[in-house]
Design a protein around this ligand. Structure first.
Ligand code: ZN
Length: 246
């Protein structure tokens, strides 16, 4: 473990254009469970159990908005959770001028809360919500306090979280920014996700830099592609390595 941290420290010292790509494992260390690990929802009327993926799909949102928001409020919003040591370390790395961008699959806004400025949120953010009619902005608190389907106080339209649901496309500008950052990086650190899951796999293909680092608690089928693999807590690894160079 110490040897691996030393190797990561050396890479960070020598790199000046680092990009961090994070998945669900980054947020589970802040106490936010991966919603995919939760039980589905049984609908008595239809006598069917919906999977977590179905519950956050576009078609489910359209057909069963009330059930969608029940699940969304219970499983996707964690107002009391906070950024962890990993988020804080990455903010420090950006402040040093070494980290150029974060690409994340998470929707909790923790990287910005920790202080990072350049964050590409592939799947959007629970902190942003918009009226589907007049585009008025609403915060997370408004959604949590609403009963059933949240509606706009100005025009009565439905308020939808700025979160990319299953069956919905990713934002072109976010993708472009992420691809550009990865293509220009000298070091790519991937944390809390395997390289094989969409859209990670496709995005990683744009990386042509020197060091590919993979930090994940368990091994993944992508381990052999990386220059350095560390199987441990992302928060612990990042904070130890980044503290050594600051
Ligand atoms: Zn409205």
């Amino acid at each position: 473990m110490t040897a691996e941290i030393d190797k990561l420290t050396k890479i960070l010292k020598e790199s000046n254009n680092i990009v961090f790509f994070g998945g669900a494992g980054m947020s589970t260390e802040s106490g936010i469970p991966d919603f995919r690990s939760s039980n589905g929802l049984f609908n008595e009327k239809l006598n069917v159990t919906f999977t977590p993926e179905q519950l956050v799909s576009h078609s489910f949102y359209i057909r069963y908005p009330e059930e969608f928001f029940n699940f969304y409020k219970a499983k996707l919003i964690y107002p009391n959770a906070k950024p962890n040591a990993g988020h804080i370390a990455l903010a420090k790395l950006e402040e040093m001028g070494k980290l150029k961008a974060i690409v994340t699959q998470n929707i909790d806004g923790f990287h910005q809360a920790a202080g990072n400025k350049t964050v590409f949120e592939l799947h959007g953010s629970v902190l942003r919500n918009y009226c589907t009619k007049c585009h008025a902005f609403y915060d997370e608190k408004f959604i949590l306090q609403s009963k059933g389907v949240p509606t706009c106080t100005k025009c009565g339209g439905n308020v939808k979280p700025d979160v990319v649901l299953y069956e919905e496309g990713l934002d072109d500008n976010v993708i472009r920014g992420a691809v550009n950052a990865i293509a220009n990086a000298d070091t790519l650190i991937i944390g809390g996700t395997s390289l094989v899951v969409y859209p990670a796999a496709g995005l990683i293909d744009y990386f042509s830099g020197k060091n590919l680092v993979l930090i994940n608690k368990s091994s993944t089928s992508a381990d052999n592609k990386a220059d350095l693999v560390i199987h441990d807590s992302i928060g612990k690894v990042l904070s130890e390595a980044i503290n050594k160079i600051s």
